[in-house]
Write a protein that binds this ligand. Sequence first.
Ligand SMILES: [Cu+2]
Length: 135
Amino acid sequence: MRSAPLALFCALLALSGAAQAASDTPPSPAQLDADGVQRLTLVGGSYFFRPERIAARAGQPLEITLQMEPGIVPHRFVLEGPDGQPLAEVAMGSEPKTVRLTLPAGDYPFFCPNRLLGFKSHRERGMAGLLQVRE
Ligand SMILES: [Cu+2]
């Protein structure tokens, strides 16, 4: 079997990847459903988004369902275009909320801009990620 060593190699790659900084983790692809819509659930909490990196296809509708982990700290989801313009802003709550977008190829940062006076913003505390849209 020639594929066994390759599979082992991939497994080792995956293990080494887990030890690296989160920014190096491969993006989680949105699921392309039969209706032509790409769907993905993004979980937010103090102070993270999971997954931190999302991959989606350009020019096809993308639905991001936002779920918040239970907690008393309020969070928001902000998605910016490659030019820094805000494309979506959602106050996250106990009920899931869905954002639907159709985007051209590019890198779209998302983050929580909330900040308690005198403290670092949630974005600075790690509540940030990247949506990578490709052809
Ligand atoms: Cu937040």
